[in-house]
Design a protein around this ligand. Structure first.
Ligand SMILES: NC(=O)c1ccc[n+]([C@@H]2O[C@H](COP(=O)([O-])OP(=O)(O)OC[C@H]3O[C@@H](n4cnc5c(N)ncnc54)[C@H](OP(=O)(O)O)[C@@H]3O)[C@@H](O)[C@H]2O)c1
Length: 280
């Protein structure tokens, strides 16, 4: 596939495309919006054909409709070639609720297993041990290949890891882009040390990187490599081996631009220059 790079998932032998397709606001926000279904299915199919065989979704997105759209879009592909990640919402973290939530996701996605099942947000009202036991059962039952978390701090990750006995935590999906760099303090180093993949969400800062004042700064560096602001911003996010990113778009031209952001590297001094130049 043109220029796609692959990154090892946690300590597993599985290699993920460094760019996955994010699906928040595809098919609605908190409730379903059926008006863009055709376009959504087409763009997901195109993204997969172009190498984004990793799709990230969640039971919460559009009240389940996003998973339905992903399910429809992936029907024409070989299941084994795809990496499908979804998430259980924070109100479903009791043992039985986790198992039930997985059944709902599988039904909407029209598949019999997912590749990665993630806890969307921690819920201090539910013992994490109980949730992790349910997550582990889903691995043993063949419903998910791997377990991940999202929006977990270091303490939560340590706890989650300590409650697993037969499997390992492979990923943490967190906010990361050139403007929002909070994870660099402790989450990113912790994940590196423990071989946990960071799945960077909102890697384009919701499109802010394509606007001023960021655009001009990113373009200045990009000129050296023949790349745009968006491509420089995404390339920067995935500069470490343990990071993959899940940008989202409903626009064909934007998809092409996103695909051109990997398969090349900037000089180390330019990555550092970017960090100094971009206001956070
Ligand atoms: N785990 C969590 O709690 C969590 C939270 C937030 C997000 N996420 C995940 O992360 C994914 C990505 O985050 P996100 O959707 O919030 O934000 P994002 O990917 O940073 O940005 C998406 C926005 O950027 C625009 N865009 C995309 N490509 C562009 C380009 N080449 N030029 C200019 N604008 C461009 C898109 O508009 P167009 O459609 O017009 O291209 C869209 O408005 C989500 O879809 C979701 O899967 C997870």
């Amino acid at each position: 596939m043109r220029g796609m790079e692959y990154r090892r998932l946690g300590k597993t032998e599985v290699y993920l495309p460094v760019l996955g397709f994010g699906t928040w606001e595809i098919g609605g926000r908190f409730l379903p919006d059926y008006s863009t279904d055709k376009q959504a299915i087409e763009i997901i199919r195109l993204a997969v054909k172009k190498g984004m065989k990793f799709i990230d979704t969640a039971e919460m997105y559009a009240g389940g409709h996003t998973e339905e759209l992903v399910g429809e879009a992936i029907r024409e592909f070989d299941r084994e070639e795809l990496f499908i990640a979804t998430k259980v919402w924070s109100s479903n973290l009791r043992y039985d609720d986790v198992l039930k939530a997985m059944e709902g996701s599988l039904k909407r996605l029209k598949i019999d297993y997912v590749d990665l099942y993630q806890i969307h947000w921690p819920n201090p009202g539910v013992p994490l041990r109980e949730t992790m036991k349910a997550m582990e059962k889903l691995v043993l039952d063949g419903k998910t290949r791997f377990i991940g978390v999202s929006n977990f701090n270091v303490r939560d990750m340590e706890k989650a890891m300590s409650y697993l006995s037969r499997t390992e935590l492979v990923s943490n999906q967190v906010l990361y882009n050139i403007i929002d760099r909070g994870i660099e303090e402790d989450i990113l180093p912790f994940c590196k040390e423990n071989n946990i993949t960071v799945i960077a969400y909102r890697p384009l800062a919701k499109g802010l990187v394509a606007r001023e004042p960021y655009k001009s700064i990113l373009e200045r560096i990009g000129r050296k490599y023949g790349k745009t602001a968006v491509q420089v911003a995404l390339n920067w996010v995935v500069r470490h081996e343990n990071i993959v990113a899940i940008p989202r778009t409903m626009n064909y031209n934007h998809l092409e631009e996103i695909l051109g952001s990997v398969g090349w590297k900037m000089m180390q001094e330019d990555y550092e220059l970017l960090e100094r130049m971009v206001p956070i």
